[in-house]
Design a binder for this molecule. Sequence first.
Ligand code: ADP
Ligand code: MG
Length: 250
Amino acid sequence: MLQIENLSVSVDGKDILNSINLEIKEGEIHALFGPNGSGKTSLLMTMMGFPDYRVTEGRIIFRGKDITSMTIDERAKLGLGYMFQRPPTITGVKTRQLVELCAQDKTANVEELAKQLNLQSFLDRDINRGFSGGEIKRAELLQLLAQNPNFLLLDEPESGVDLENLALIGRLINDLLRSDLNFKNRRAQPSPKAGLIITHTGYILDYVSADIGHVMCNGRLGCSGTPSVILANIRKMGYEECIACLLRSS
Ligand SMILES: Nc1ncnc2c1ncn2[C@@H]1O[C@H](COP(=O)(O)OP(=O)(O)O)[C@@H](O)[C@H]1O
Ligand SMILES: [Mg+2]
């Protein structure tokens, strides 16, 4: 469904991502681990097409199409959806307006979706203005539910979120991705989704089960494998060991 080939990216003339290769099949859920500043958000921003992230080498293929030079809205229309780690506050634009814009299927019931996230009273507030950490993440998820993309890019859905909100967000992400099904049954769904979930702490994986995990350090992808095994090793040895391992193997 998605292939990243030899992707290198710079921001403001500074090299940030270095020869990234990644393949995600339809129905697959991947987790991306890594210390702060390693380039995880930059990878997702590049996949979504934010213009500050300049592709200096390589390409991104989505459903057979080279999307490397496409604009954000073109990628969104093709079925890529992004949940920000830290979305901006937008004064003067109501949450409802953005959610309605996100809804490609114009029959989507915005009120009903907002109810699932306890956000009914937030629809007529400016986007993210004065929202708490949990409310910001719920509002991000509301936009994704309205957009209903085939490929979900989730940037630290657990960051800044308390346990109650985490359970709610985790359950809804699971419903979207059907991570509770095994891969074969997930693939057999009418329109199976795929996802790439950044998690620094791994807490979201208590609710959403990922098939494959990757570690990013210093703008490079290191090892890949079973997410729970990778997470257990990170918890035991810390990211310092990941960096040391990557240095040994390069
Ligand atoms: N828009 C930007 N302008 C300048 N530097 C950036 C920008 N975005 C990311 N960076 C830099 O790129 C590096 C990786 O950041 P980021 O992708 O946010 O890492 P992570 O999500 O893994 O914490 C950091 O050094 C960060 O300061
Ligand atoms: Mg980040």
